[in-house]
Structures are given as structure tokens and as C-alpha cells.
Write a protein that binds this ligand. Structure first.
Ligand code: HSE
Length: 308
């Protein structure tokens, strides 16, 4: 094989109470990464499309190339590669854009060079790529994008990823308000420490959200999608946040919250038709605040990246 093209999915992280520890992958949107072998040993980013010229072409700074280089380093090999990145989601959208690009890179290089690495072995290099963009070693986008499905990060040191069951009928409506919020900025506005009462509430909701997934208890899921750590601070950055959330709940969303560090918002529901209805309601509510909004409706992606 001389070249390969890979799709890697967007993801919803935090999922309400799971700040830095929970996320799930969605079917669309997702980035495409094309790798081609070179005759020399250089890693070259030949082209990036769909990024409004926001992403670095310097391979030392770009999420995909940093992740690919981390795989090569782990394997002790030097192979030259041309990398083409086709962005299909907004940068700083809260949809795990950098994670999708990092995961696409590590998956593609593993397949192209037939390295035989497992997803567990690809996780750290993908997180290294994510770090290049967000300056934080969080895995709640990278892990779902890589493994698919719902993911719980039990521990970062050592890294311990738990795959959670995906209830069969869960759908996700995404509202992207068309503005950019950089993860590093959205992390900077969070308090360095929290009160014991806040920590207890977050732990309770995280545990009950996992229980809701395990027992397919959608009423419990609804009560559990509460975020006391980030939402109070980050929702202020999203124009019309309360109105959009209310609109989703009014037409029957299980619940609605910020995806990742925002500005996109996600709402869960149990059927495609309900998810479409919620998506329309969110889009309508957000149109009072912006004309650049966009919506997606997707089932949960259970596979992660794939060759296309
Ligand atoms: N857990 C991360 C955060 C996700 O909320 O900062 C970033 O998309």
C-alpha cells in the first residue's frame, strides 16, 4: 500500500457531569486524513482543507502530524509521509475536532505501514497530538473517537479507559453556533479549585449517568446530565445558551448541555425523528443570535475510525 484515506469521527465530551472523563463518538461529522509514503524520511503536511487557514502546516505543531510522529517514534521507525487533512467540522467547535484529526492520523499510519498496533497502543500517541492543539492531556474526545461508543476515563495516571454500553436507541442532536471557542481558553476560565459540595454533586451525577447507560434508564439519564464544574462558566460564552437548551427540552430532549469546551451544544433523544425535531427547535432558537449556526443529527458511532 502506498497511500490510505481514513475517516475519524467527531465526539461529544464531558456529556454533562463527566468533565474530562466521559465522551461518545458520533457518526457525523468526521475528519478525513490521507497519508502517502514518501521516498525520503520527512513528514510533510501537503494540504489542509476546511480549516479557514486556522491550522498550522508546520508538522511540529499540527495535531495530526504530531500524533503520527509519536506513533513512528514509539515503533522506532523513520518513514517519510505526506499528510493531507480534510477538516469537516469547525475548529474550536467543541466537537473534538483536534481529537478526530489526531485519531485519523494514528489509525492511518498504523494501517498504512502495517504496524499492528492495538487501539490501546494508539491512544497515547493520539493524546500527544491532541495536546499539541489544546495544551491539555485530556482523553475524553480522543478515546471515543478511537474506540467508538461511550467512554469513561477512570484514571489518567496510569491511563485507564473503560468502554461503556451504548443504549441501542440513543440519538444526538448537535447545535453548532458558528463561533470559535478554543479549548485552552475555555479551560482557563474555570476555577482552579471547587467546593466540596460541588465535587459531591458532580460525582453523584457522573455515577448516576453511568448507571443510566447500564440500565437504559432514560429518566435517570435526564436527571444526571448536570454539570456543576464547567457549564456555569462556559454557558455564558454561548449566545442564547439558555433559550436553545429550553427549546430542546420543550420538544422532548432527554437533556441538553455543552459538548466539550463548547460552543456546540448536544441534546440526547431516543429516536431519529425526535432527534430531527429537537435539532430544528435548537436551530430555530439559536437563529435569533447567529446566522452562522449549523446542526447535525447522528446516532452513536460504535466503531471509531475507518478506512474509506
Ligand atoms: N474535557 C475537555 C474540556 C474537552 O472540557 O475542556 C475539550 O473539548
Amino acid at each position: 500500500m502506498k497511500d490510505i484515506k481514513v475517516f475519524a469521527p467527531a465526539s461529544v465530551s464531558n456529556v454533562g457531569p463527566g468533565f474530562d472523563i466521559m465522551g461518545f463518538a458520533i457518526n457525523e461529522p468526521g475528519d478525513e486524513i490521507v497519508l502517502r509514503k514518501r521516498s525520503d524520511k520527512n513528514i510533510v503536511i501537503t494540504k489542509i482543507t476546511g480549516d479557514n487557514n486556522l491550522l498550522p502546516l508546520d508538522p511540529a505543531l499540527n495535531t495530526t502530524s504530531v500524533a503520527v510522529a509519536a506513533v513512528l517514534k514509539d515503533c522506532g521507525i523513520e518513514t517519510g509521509l505526506n499528510i493531507e487533512i480534510r477538516k469537516k467540522m469547525g475548529i474550536g467547535s467543541g466537537l473534538g475536532s483536534s481529537a478526530a484529526s489526531a485519531v485519523g492520523g494514528v489509525y492511518a499510519v498504523n494501517e498504512l505501514l502495517e504496524l499492528g498496533l492495538s487501539k490501546d497502543e494508539l491512544l497515547k500517541p493520539a493524546m500527544t497530538g491532541e495536546y499539541a492543539a489544546s495544551k491539555a492531556m485530556h482523553a475524553d474526545n480522543v478515546a471515543p473517537a478511537l474506540y467508538g461508543g461511550f467512554i469513561l476515563v477512570r484514571s489518567y495516571d496510569p491511563i485507564d479507559i473503560i468502554k461503556l454500553p451504548v443504549p441501542g436507541t440513543l440519538y444526538c442532536s448537535i447545535l453548532y453556533p458558528g463561533i470559535e471557542i478554543r479549548t485552552c481558553d475555555a479551560r482557563r476560565i474555570l476555577p482552579r479549585s471547587v467546593k466540596m459540595k460541588t465535587a459531591v454533586s458532580q460525582a453523584g451525577n457522573s455515577a448516576s449517568f453511568v448507571t443510566a447507560l447500564l440500565t437504559k434508564d432514560y429518566k435517570l439519564m435526564s436527571r444526571s446530565i448536570v454539570d456543576s464544574l464547567a457549564e456555569p462558566f462556559r454557558s455564558r460564552l454561548i449566545p442564547g445558551y439558555d433559550e436553545i437548551r429550553e427549546a430542546a427540552l420543550a420538544v422532548g430532549a432527554i437533556n441538553c448541555n455543552i459538548t466539550g469546551s463548547g460552543p456546540s451544544m448536544f441534546a440526547l433523544s431516543r429516536s431519529k425523528s425526535k432527534a430531527d425535531e429537537i435539532s430544528k427547535a435548537m436551530l430555530k432558537a439559536s437563529s435569533k443570535f447567529t446566522k452562522k449556526n449549523k446542526s447535525y443529527v447522528s446516532g452513536i458511532n460504535k466503531k471509531g475510525p475507518r478506512i474509506i
